[in-house]
Write a protein that binds this ligand. Sequence first.
Ligand code: PLP
Length: 368
Amino acid sequence: MLKARETVLEIDLNALTHNFEYLKSKLSDSTKFLAVVKAFAYGNDAATIATHLEQLDVDYFAVAYTNEGVALRDSGVTKPILVLHPQPANFKTLIDRCLEPSLYSARVFNKFIETVNKLNQKHYPVHIKFNTGLNRLGFWKNDVDYILSKLKEVDSIKVASIFSHLAASEDLNEQEFTKSQIETFSSISKKFISNLDYKPKLHMCNTSGILNYPEAHFDMVRSGIGLYGFGNSPEENTNLKPIASLKSVISQIHLIEKGETVGYNRAFKSSGFSKTATIPIGHADGIGRQYGNGNGYVIINKQKASIIGNVCMDMIMVDITNIPCNEGDEVIIFDQKYTAEELANTTNTISYEIITSISQRIKRKIIK
Ligand SMILES: *Cc1c(COP(=O)(O)O)cnc(C)c1O
């Protein structure tokens, strides 16, 4: 592979295929696969990821917001797209672009019906979200009768699916709670379906749900982080391949005498002779200030070089006192070996945060 000559996020589509196939191998043949591509496909590149997954025959996509769905349609994605957290202000756009809303409260449910009626739609697909314990978004169990009575009054919408979201699918200490969520969802679904003359799809598993709760796969699963190569456990991480590698270069090397300082507010004070490298990536690129002052690191010549002083907007400085290297050499921030998850752990955060933070300023390079 060519060495990086500037800051670049390499996206390995073969790894994406591997992760998709691995996750699919956990499902029965009849279970559908929804790929979660919100937030630029977790910081990668939503259009590229979705187009590739469409070729692999994924069944559904999900995004968080309407504008993310519009961007996918603009780039030619034709499979159904569920919008997980739409706002009524965008319902007309959502319908114009054939996106499918999650309806999670009486307010958005009624506003959506109002909008589809105005637009003379018939049987517009919607997804009813139930809260079974996460207490974030969703109708409550005792809202079922209300929703059913409303559905009997209108033929402008049709329930494509009923779904819920697990609060702690990756935490095996919370198995009992997760099982109670699954039971609540099953009982809601039973009641719902017995009162309709068609059968909406049921789904509740995210990536860790797919891996840890096969009994809860229902008709479809929703995977995000697993597609991008993280399984929320050391064992599953070995079965998946991170698709993104963040690389950069050494812009300049400085020789620092004892007592000198490095960076803003003189946060690093040299206790002896040291060598530093300046790297063109900063907090505006997604390397937050918390990675500074010795917490985070980059890899140069197969060795960890810790980030010293404060992270700047466009740069970091790292300690290379004991690392043989030259200006122009490649720097790895994370890749398939030195993972984003390990780097995230240095500041007590998770893979999800660091990969979704990689800003749009960084060039994406697609590897097929
Ligand atoms: C983001 C999201 C997912 C994907 O979760 P992963 O842990 O990344 O697989 C699934 N369902 C909902 C409702 C989400 O918001």
